[in-house]
Design a protein around this ligand. Structure first.
Ligand code: GTP
Ligand code: MG
Ligand code: ZN
Length: 297
């Protein structure tokens, strides 16, 4: 492969086999070499690539996908520094189990989760924010009606590649439009009948913000999408709850699963109110899901 003529870039989006790649020489529309498909490697937004420009202006082919820092299936995006996990305190209401699962996936993929609660004009965000701050996360209440939290979210995107994720209808695109009005993303009214959104955003797209930040708007997921993630093995699970980590090694039994054992440091801290009940409950539920998967699998 001749990389002398290669041009470095980042995939902004992929549609129907074409990828749009931002380079120092503008945006190129590219196809991926067949070898990627044969290797089962699908280019996704956020991938850093090397392309060879073709004869036609601003067209080319992707020659190489650089090694990824991480990749998510839902939303399909690579090399994330931050995942902005968005829930709303009005319809659709937060599902803390889904939220904690997403956070746990972030922890295993070296992505810093930022927990955002939208529609603070319609309900109280206090308890939700308290839970996640106490667990050690940046947690922000926002409203596109009052503008609350806007600047805080904008700040935490600076200098990073971030993606917004959350249920359809929580207001991801609305929030992005408030932060960056030039984006003019499509948003929708909540369907009254279903009480949830209608998947207004249909594909993942990365946008460049300022000089060195990228943000991805993504379509909302359903909780079924979670099943497409490799389960976190039971031995790794306690590490995916960051507020548990300082207890690890302090339980009476070295093999403590933190579910029922006596003198479990995590359970002691739960009783002392240092660990949030909802977070611990999510751990137990995730543990139940994976406890019968043998270690060798
Ligand atoms: N009251 C209130 N409504 C909001 C707020 N943010 C978003 N909405 C409304 O919620 C609805 C859904 O917003 P979207 O931005 O389309 O939601 P989304 O998360 O992008 O949804 P998908 O693209 O389907 O995943 C719209 O009617 C918005 O006006 C908010 O802070 N307060
Ligand atoms: Mg949207
Ligand atoms: Zn324990």
């Amino acid at each position: 492969m001749n990389n002398e003529s290669g041009l470095k870039g980042i995939i902004l989006k992929g549609i129907g086999g074409f990828y749009y790649i931002e380079t120092a020489e503008g945006v190129f529309e590219c196809k991926a070499r067949g070898v990627f498909r044969r290797e089962g490697l699908t280019p996704v937004a956020g991938d850093r690539v090397i392309i060879t420009p073709g004869e036609e202006e601003n067209k080319g082919v992707i020659d190489l996908i650089e090694e990824r820092k991480n990749v998510l299936i839902r939303p399909p995006v690579a090399n994330l520094d931050r995942l902005i996990i968005t829930s709303s305190v009005a319809e659709p209401y937060p599902n803390l189990f889904v939220l904690d699962k997403l956070i746990a996936i972030c922890e295993t993929k070296n992505i810093e989760p930022v927990i955002v609660f939208t529609k603070s004009d319609l309900g109280s965000t206090d308890e939700y924010c308290r839970i996640y701050r106490s667990a050690g996360f940046m947690s922000v209440a926002v409203s596109n009606v009052t503008g609350e939290g806007c600047e805080q979210v904008r700040k935490c995107l600076e200098g990073y590649i971030s993606a917004f994720t959350g249920n359809s209808g929580v207001g991801k695109s609305s929030l992005l439009n408030m932060l960056y009005p030039d984006l003019k993303l499509e948003t929708a009214q909540i369907s009254r009948k279903l009480g949830r959104g209608r998947h207004t955003t249909r594909s993942v797209e990365l946008f460049k913000i300022g000089n060195n930040s990228y943000i991805a708007d993504t379509p909302g997921f359903s909780s079924l999408d979670m099943q497409r993630y490799e389960p976190i093995r039971k031995d790794d699970l306690p590490y995916a709850f960051r507020e548990f980590r300082k207890s690890l090694g302090k339980c009476r039994f070295t093999s403590c699963t933190h579910t029922a054992e006596p003198d479990c440091d995590i359970r002691l801290r739960l009783e002392a109110g240092e660990i949030e009940k909802t977070r611990y409950d999510s751990y137990i539920k995730m543990y139940e899901e994976v406890k019968n998967i043998p270690d060798w699998k």
